[in-house]
Design a protein around this ligand. Structure first.
Ligand code: SF4
Ligand code: ZN
Ligand code: ZN
Length: 301
């Protein structure tokens, strides 16, 4: 198998892009796609301060590396979620990556902010681990970004993630979520702008980028991911992709063209949480503060 561009030995075949690439051209393609995505969606400029949400996995570490190579000013934020058999190792990978490149990494332990980690929260509060974890992550990452004066919070969602989320939203016709599914979401008040520069790169490309670039990342999945709906949706899309290459890309690109047709939910008025001062749509304390209160009482939510 030869590289489509230079004819040297290729290491990866990307059926969805009709390309076979050598290591050098795979790296070049990945960085080019990210640079174009950032510009096309006006995600941020080189003058702005970026905070990368780092999990220790391939996507977030690749994103941090790419932004750095493209000349952006990007720091990292790692949340120690307090998940047994996962958090300690993912933290190690994140810290090693930052230290080796002399990059600034904010480390926030959920246990210190909430009174318990995600495992403990699942025991106290009713609800699914990923839904509780999502609330905690959104709140704390935004908090770090806002307090640190960052212009944008960048996450490593890739094409596989984005297509699976889209399929989930379409199956349930979640019009409100569809209207908000976009590679960049503007900031508002204390809510920091969010951007997903990897949305047009497949999981395989990002993994190959890490291997070629010598980025070491955690392979294990979070134990709470087992049985998650998102995994089933990815499985279905992978089957389709095998049979009809470029399904995920076509699905996402097509959606972005018609997305304007979906109506956002009634605009909600955001007010400041009376406890922490961060924005919330709820009357009274925000969801994070309510979870924190339940944890401190040790009572079921
Ligand atoms: Fe959190 Fe669920 Fe992701 Fe685990 S799989 S890190 S619990 S959102
Ligand atoms: Zn080549
Ligand atoms: Zn609050």
């Amino acid at each position: 198998m030869k590289c489509t561009i230079c004819k040297k030995p290729a290491v990866i075949k990307l059926r969805h892009a009709n390309l076979k690439l050598c290591p050098e051209h795979l790296v070049a393609r990945v960085e080019k796609v990210v640079a174009e995505t950032i510009k096309k969606f006006h995600m941020f400029t080189p003058a702005e301060k970026i905070l990368v949400a780092v999990s220790g996995g391939k996507d977030s570490l690749a994103l941090w590396e790419i932004l750095r190579k493209l000349g952006y000013r990007a720091d990292g934020a790692y949340l120690d979620l307090g998940i047994e058999g996962y958090s300690a190792r993912s933290r190690e990978y994140s810290e090693k990556f930052a230290a080796a490149r002399e990059l600034k990494l904010h480390v926030v332990a959920v246990e210190e902010e909430l009174g318990t980690g995600i495992d403990g929260l699942v025991r106290v509060a009713r609800g699914k681990a990923c839904s509780l974890c999502g609330t905690v992550k959104r709140y704390l990452l935004n908090h770090v970004a806002y307090e640190g004066g960052y212009h944008v919070l960048a996450t490593g969602h890739n094409l596989d993630d984005e297509a699976a989320t889209l399929l989930g939203n379409v199956i349930r016709w979640e019009e409100g979520y569809l209207a908000r599914q976009y590679p960049v979401l503007p900031g508002e008040g204390k809510l920091v702008r969010r951007a997903k520069p990897l949305v047009f790169l497949s999981e395989r490309e990002v993994a190959a980028y890490c291997v070629i670039s010598g980025i070491q990342y955690i392979y294990e999945e979070c134990p709470h991911a087992v049985g998650a709906r998102s995994i089933a949706l990815k499985h279905v899309l992978n089957k389709l992709e095998d049979r009809y290459p470029a399904t995920k890309l076509t699905f996402l690109r097509g959606f972005l063209k018609v997305r304007d047709r979906f109506r956002p939910r009634e605009p909600v008025e955001l007010r400041d949480c009376p406890i922490c001062g961060m924005p919330t749509a709820a009357e009274g304390p925000c969801r994070f503060c309510r979870l924190k209160e339940r944890v401190s009482h040790g009572a079921p939510a």
